[in-house]
Write a protein that binds this ligand. Structure first.
Ligand code: AMP
Ligand code: ZN
Length: 665
């Protein structure tokens, strides 16, 4: 009884903190404290599976993998909206509906969030299921993924909650989170995602819910459907939804006439750029729910609602010149240098041109008058050319053929959109960029050395690659600009200290294309040393969980370059970690000799694969099903009840991840 109380209390506490943080944007405790409490709860739940709760805050980390999302019929159909684009459209609409309903009509204006629509079903104040819009009649059930979105309440609070109802909303990805995701992709040499909306909607159907949990998605709610609802207007419904714990953006407003609606539209047409997420219009809804009922639906949309689409803010200006940037991985990005122009409240001088195909498709040329649009992306983009203003004698753009920095001929692999400069060893931005990546926080984290100093060291020819860092001497750097005795010493000390950095991070620091932090960790655990990784064949590589053709190919290519091997050997000779040390790998003990294990569920510290590897490396044996011969069942989150029953019946001991790791200590 005590335990049950403790578990419930922790859940309630975490729920409240979660609400304050993600719905109200007002954190009430530190992330650290939150994590500690979450961990405590996870451990209690593991030890006491009888008190399992599918809507416990611990379920938000994800881990459930869905191969096929079941199709579910919407109990209340999900309609689309009719569109309007002008005052006249709205006045026509008002005329139409005034003929159907009696009395004055009031409207609620809301913003139209640009994401993926979702329908959440709640029963007895708990989230039951989440279904995508699909064709409006039926969609895909994506509950496990939706549970990882922190602003979706798993349990509701407050009064007058209907026993059962659907609530509709939009899953969106705020600009900030979106651009962070893209930055990471660029750092890993991957193509950035095109826009927040597609990324949000793609996230709903990811198979691994732990991946969804990592994305900073949010859920904004705007409509409740069901029977015997405790309100009579749309306005009240939004207020109730807010009271029950849903994230309802506060920008909605009551309007007594179409003129007031237009005021709202005009205001937000400008102000929307200050919002942290994308909106593409306003939705106008008849406020009174009895009037809504009278108005009913056409085949496709409610008669009681209307979308008013914002015009994408667009301006035209002259494209002076197309220049090209070379990134750390050698990727070339074309940039449009524009005559400065005001757009959505900022002065725009540059716009992204994406790649060669895009330039060709739109037939963009220097000196053209181009249309520039600010959409979801932070950097504006060119959406077309005003051909009527094309200067005489203009020539189609010849995409750059040689690197602007080192004149090497560019290459473009089949199926890839980007051109690359293959001169990885001496193309200046690549040289600098790679060293900057090497020293960065998540990589070698070299104290006392920053990106600008790296650029300076390269410029002064003191270093050419990251191995050169380890032969730097204080006397060489002292004469540099803004370098004093103390800062020079710090730099040398920082470099020395980096020899302690673990192999997994060294591997990430090498800057191999597609080898991000997670992949580096996987590879390090699997191959344990750089030599074994270098000698691994393509087949060896793709056998590893989550290592696909693309990553394998990239590794093979990297190690095929003599210069890279030479640098690696130098790093090794200076004492940089090129293999896992004993405490990171726990390798090859006999501690589990003769013991047989079954792994089940989802784990927090290690992946299933890593657990299995540990068992084998320590002399134990993995089996897939429980039998009398099984010694231990290592039980994670979401373990099936049948496994547990069987273990109990056969008297097999169940242990947690924690307890298992303790066995190895
Ligand atoms: P459309 O896809 O253009 O037919 O627009 C209809 C969609 O707009 C709905 O399915 C919702 O996903 C979305 N939407 C965004 N914000 C709102 C809102 N405040 N009220 C209703 N629908 C909205
Ligand atoms: Zn180059």
């Amino acid at each position: 009884m005590e335990i049950k109380k403790k578990i419930e209390q922790l859940r309630e506490e975490l729920r409240q903190h979660n609400y304050k943080y993600y719905v109200q944007d007002q954190p009430s405790i530190s992330d650290y404290e939150f994590d500690q409490k979450l961990k405590e709860l996870a451990e209690l739940e593991l030890k006491h599976p009888a008190y399992n709760d599918p809507n416990s805050p611990t379920k938000r980390v994800g881990g459930q993998v869905t191969k096929n999302f079941p199709t579910v019929v919407h109990e209340n159909r999900m309609y689309s909206l009719s569109n309007s684009y002008s005052k006249e459209d709205l006045i026509d609409w008002e005329k139409r509906i005034s003929k159907i309903v009696d009395g004055p009509i009031e409207y609620v204006c809301e913003l139209k969030y640009d994401g993926a629509s979702i329908s959440l079903t709640y029963e007895n104040a708990e989230l039951k299921q989440a279904v995508t819009r699909g064709d409006g009649t039926q969609g895909d059930e994506v509950t496990a993924n939706i549970k990882t979105i922190k602003s979706v309440p798993l349990k509701l609070k407050g009064d007058h909650i209907p026993e059962k109802f659907d609530i509709r909303g939009e899953i969106i990805l705020p600009y900030e989170g979106f651009s962070k995701m893209n930055q990471e992709r660029l750092e890993n040499g991957e193509e950035p995602y095109a826009n927040p909306r597609n990324t949000a909607s793609g996230s709903l159907k990811l198979q691994d819910s732990a991946e969804v949990a990592k994305r900073p998605l949010e859920c904004l709610l705007y409509n409740i459907a069901g029977e015997n609802l405790p309100f009579e207007t749309q306005l009240e419904s939004l207020q109730k939804a807010h009271d029950w714990g849903f994230k309802v953006p506060p920008h909605y407003q009551l309007a007594a006439s179409i003129d007031e609606v237009l005021e709202y539209v005009n205001y937000w047409n400008e102000e929307r750029f200050q919002l942290p997420y994308e909106t593409d219009g306003v939705v106008i809804k008849v406020n009174n729910l009895y009037q809504q009922e009278e108005l009913g639906y056409t085949a496709k949309s409610p008669r009681w609602a209307m979308a008013y689409k914002f015009k994408a803010e667009q301006v035209s200006t002259v494209l002076d010149e197309i220049t090209y940037q070379v990134g750390r991985t050698g990727a070339i990005t074309p940039v449009a240098n524009l005559q400065p122009v005001q757009l959505a409240g900022t002065t725009v001088k540059r716009a992204s041109l994406h790649n060669a195909d895009q330039i060709e498709k739109l037939d963009i040329r220097e000196k053209d008058c181009v249309f520039v649009e600010k959409g979801g992306e932070i950097i504006p983009k060119i959406v077309g050319v005003d051909f009527s203003k094309r200067p005489l004698g203009s020539e189609p753009t010849n995409y750059l053929s040689h690197c602007p920095e080192c004149s090497t001929k560019l290459v473009r692999k089949e199926g890839e959109a980007l051109h690359f400069c293959p001169n990885t060893s001496s193309c200046p931005p690549q040289v600098t960029g790679r060293i900057q990546h090497f020293i960065s926080r998540k990589a070698m984290d070299i104290e006392g050395l920053g990106g600008e100093t790296v650029a300076l060291l390269v410029k002064e020819n003191l270093i050419n690659n990251y191995a050169d860092l380890y032969t730097l001497e204080k006397e060489q750097i002292l004469p540099l600009e803004r370098m004093a005795e103390k800062s020079a010493q710090n730099l040398i000390d920082g470099i020395e200290k980096s020899k302690q950095v673990s192999f997994e991070r060294v591997l990430f620091a090498l800057g191999i294309r597609y080898v991000g932090e997670t992949v580096a960790k996987k590879l390090a655990r699997e191959f344990t040393s750089i030599d074994r990784l270098i000698n691994a064949s393509f087949e060896d590589l793709v056998k590893v969980d989550e290592i696909g053709d693309r990553i394998a190919e990239s590794l093979i290519q990297f190690f095929a370059v003599d210069k890279n091997i030479e640098i690696i050997n130098r790093l090794k000779s200076y004492g940089v970690q090129m293999q896992l040390t004993d405490d990171t790998k726990n390798k090859t003990s006999e501690k589990l000799k003769g013991l047989s294990f079954v792994i089940s569920g989802v784990f927090t510290q290690l992946s299933r694969k890593e657990l299995k590897d540990l068992i084998e490396q320590n002399g134990g044996k993995n089996t897939s099903s429980i039998s009398k011969k099984t010694n231990y069942l290592v039980a994670g989150d979401q373990m099936g009840p049948s496994k547990k029953e069987k273990a109990e019946k056969l008297g097999v001991e169940m242990i947690s991840e924690e307890q298992f790791l303790n066995m190895l200590k």
